[in-house]
Design a protein around this ligand. Structure first.
Ligand code: SAM
Length: 268
């Protein structure tokens, strides 16, 4: 199956709504908030900075551009009308924030007009990520900042012992929902090729904690997708989901993934 995030606007409404719920859950997770703060809060921006998030989903991370990065205005660009509408409804009370339906490869923004471009878990879903980087390079002002953060997806796991069947659900979910698992291991070469100067690179470990809400959506979506593809009986999928819930209740659940952030600048 092709990665549904790569063309979310053409997925059925149920899939878009399920993804919107999963994004909301992930964005609000305190450990995920901490990852975003770790790479966004140290950026040096001018006082009246305009920031743009490419692939803004349900809008939480676009808001971080104001609260964490210190931008004066922030715009989110998102191809899925359902996700963009959710962002508009949730954040319409803040007139420093706006959201547009659009494609990160062709934003329509004026050349050299933006101080900060953010791509948070976007590039792993885009076939031809080089075209998105070229568009960021075009719209950034000289000296403008590009911030990229994505999962290092080969590290995603729920495994607590050899041959743990729950881990297969995580791996299947990643396999079915990510276009390029290796994007953050390849990004340095792509940025250099595009003409960017490299800035800080950081690794961020994410351990599911508390109700493990985001990891539970990964487990559930992996199990449901295995049923859709005919790999599992629905009874087996329900049993595996119940195993995850039981582990959580008994403090035996473990979920982990690394994220990597990379800052780059457009030469002056
Ligand atoms: C995993 S979500 C991340 C959303 C948001 N950045 C967040 O972290 O909550 C990836 C988003 O990228 C969007 N996307 C995929 N291809 C895109 C493209 N070519 N241009 C802009 N956005 C795109 C998807 O629709 C989806 O909302």
């Amino acid at each position: 199956m092709s990665d549904p995030y790569s063309d979310l606007g053409s997925q059925n409404k149920k899939v878009q709504a399920q993804i919107a719920d999963a994004l909301d859950s992930r964005c609000l997770d305190p450990s995920q908030v901490a990852i975003r703060a770790a790479y966004l809060s140290g950026l040096q921006l001018p006082a009246d900075a305009l920031a743009v998030e490419f692939g803004s989903g349900t809008g939480h991370v676009t808001k971080d551009l104001l609260t964490m990065a210190g931008a004066a205005r922030a715009v989110g660009i998102e191809p899925s009308p359902i996700l963009a509408q959710r962002a508009i409804e949730r954040f319409s009370d803040d007139d420093r924030l706006s959201f547009e339906i659009g494609d990160a490869k062709r934003t329509g923004l004026p050349t050299g007009s933006v101080d900060l471009v953010l791509m948070h878990t976007l590039l792993c879903h885009v076939p031809g990520p080089e075209d998105v980087l070229k568009e960021a390079f075009r719209v950034l002002k000289p000296g403008g900042v590009l911030a990229i953060c994505d999962g290092d997806y080969d590290t995603a796991t729920a495994q607590i012992a050899d041959f743990d069947p729950l881990d297969q659900l995580v791996r299947f979910m990643i396999n079915q929902n990510v276009t390029n698992l290796w994007i953050m291991r390849q990004i340095g070469g792509m940025l250099t090729e595009c003409g960017f100067n490299m800035g800080a690179r950081q690794g961020h470990g994410y351990v599911a904690d508390g109700d493990a809400a985001y990891f539970m959506t990964v487990i559930a979506r992996g199990a449901e997708r295995m049923v859709e593809t005919g790999l599992l009986l629905s009874e087996t999928a329900e049993a595996l989901k119940a195993e995850a819930v039981a582990r959580l209740k008994e403090n035996r659940f473990f979920g982990f993934m690394s994220y990597v952030s990379q800052i780059a600048t457009k030469p002056v």
